[in-house]
Design a protein around this ligand. Structure first.
Ligand code: XIL
Length: 388
């Protein structure tokens, strides 16, 4: 027998998801499990909030934060009422070339979310950062009528994806990270140049999303953070202001919340230094009428010495302070972590600690045990003002 192709492997793992892996007594809801009923989501729900995480799809022979990994899905099923694909709905994953789509990775994830009764966020219809484009798009030739060709490409993309998950995805990150953190201006790319400007391109992305996904929350998502990157925050406010002026249907600002804890200062010192600027930023966004969501929370602990007990305590205190301030804005209804366990923490690859140790910025440790951070999130959710 010939070895399985990658596609067959993915299909096989999808079949497992629909079968034995989750079999068990059905609840009154008709589901095998009611996602989040026993953990952070249950705590969040009491305050009118939702809690969740990103998740992934890797073939079962590889270990990862995947629907194919029962140790990981146990965490999702315990704590998460909402899930979001970490990479599987990005252009790089679903758009092998200009003419084709490939949904072999996100489809089983959406099926899994449905099966366990978790809601699904969509991420992302347009990650406007050239490094994150699929290779074929970086220098794509849009031909003699570039604006028309760009519109065709973007509208086909948005329509195809939102139609596929219509009725399931209730909130889409329409545009991700278009603001350059150094200059506060929008980035440029083959696509924005073909459109004529990044403003035109982003406006169209939101209009197309509203047209094809009516009733869905449309989000601008970015990583400006409370650590004080002024140009980035100012640039994001300028973008949001432009959306309002031009009647662009953007409903909410996604606060990615990739926060980082200081090595030199105490948590109290760091919070004191940052809180005012962060509140001013959030005040301005909500004054324009935007909702807010926490879409990708995690902690970079690179600057903190290795000692585990002290590091865990500091991270927990920092996140508690962050959530206390940020959740005081009742415009937020979703809190998502960017992963559940340090075992698969993306920052270990993207921005490793210099001492060779692992980051500890997610709720569970590498052995799937809850850490002080888990309990800090739990306490902050329990203390959040009740949403209407
Ligand atoms: C990250 C993923 O976690 C990584 O696996 C991938 O290699 C790069 O992207 N902002 C976002 C997310 O909007 O999509 C990014 O996710 C993290 C930063």
């Amino acid at each position: 027998m010939s070895p399985l192709t990658r596609r067959e492997l993915l299909a096989a793992s999808a079949a497992t998801i629909g079968g034995a892996a989750l079999a068990g007594p059905s609840l009154a809801s008709g589901l095998d499990v009611q996602a989040g009923a026993n953990g952070l989501h249950a705590v969040a729900q009491k305050r009118g909030l939702r809690y969740g995480s990103c998740f992934a799809m890797v073939p079962p022979q590889f270990e990862g934060p995947s629907v194919t990994n029962p140790k990981f899905t146990a965490l999702l099923e315990r704590d998460c009422g909402v899930l979001v694909c970490e990479n599987e709905m990005k252009w790089q994953a679903v758009r092998p070339d200009a003419a084709r789509f490939d949904f072999s990775r996100p489809d089983p994830m959406a099926a899994y979310a449905k099966k366990i009764g978790a809601k699904l966020r969509g991420h992302t219809l347009l990650w406007h950062k050239v490094e994150r484009f699929p290779g074929w798009l970086v220098n794509h030739d849009f031909g003699p009528r570039p604006a028309e060709a760009a519109e065709k490409m973007l509208s086909t993309h948005i329509k195809t994806i939102v139609d596929r998950y219509a009725g399931q995805i209730y909130s889409w990150d329409v545009v991700n990270e278009t603001v350059d953190e150094d200059t506060g201006a929008q980035r440029e790319s083959s696509l924005s140049r073909a459109y004529g400007s990044a403003d035109t391109m982003c406006d169209r992305a939101f209009h197309l999303a509203r047209e094809y996904a009516p009733g869905v929350q449309l989000v601008y998502n970015d990583y400006m953070s409370w650590e004080g990157d002024e140009n980035h925050r100012t640039g994001v406010l300028k973008l949001l202001e432009g959306f309002k002026k031009r009647g662009v249907p953007c409903d909410a600002l996604g606060l990615q919340s990739h926060i980082w804890v200081s090595g030199e200062e105490t948590v109290a010192q760091q919070v004191r230094r940052q809180e005012k600027g962060w509140r001013t930023f959030l005040d301005e966004a909500v004054a324009m009428g935007y909702k807010l969501e926490i879409t990708e929370m995690d902690v970079n602990d690179k600057r903190v010495p290795a000692d585990i007990a002290a590091r865990d305590a500091k991270i927990a205190d920092y996140v508690k302070a962050y959530l206390d301030v940020t959740l005081s804005y009742s415009q937020i209804t979703d809190v998502l972590s960017w992963g559940m366990t340090d075992r698969y923490f993306w920052l270990n690859g993207f921005d490793p600690r210099t001492d060779g140790g692992q980051h500890r910025g997610l709720p569970y440790d590498a052995d799937f045990k809850p850490k002080p951070l888990y309990h800090a999130i739990e306490r902050a959710l329990a203390a959040a003002p009740i949403r209407g």
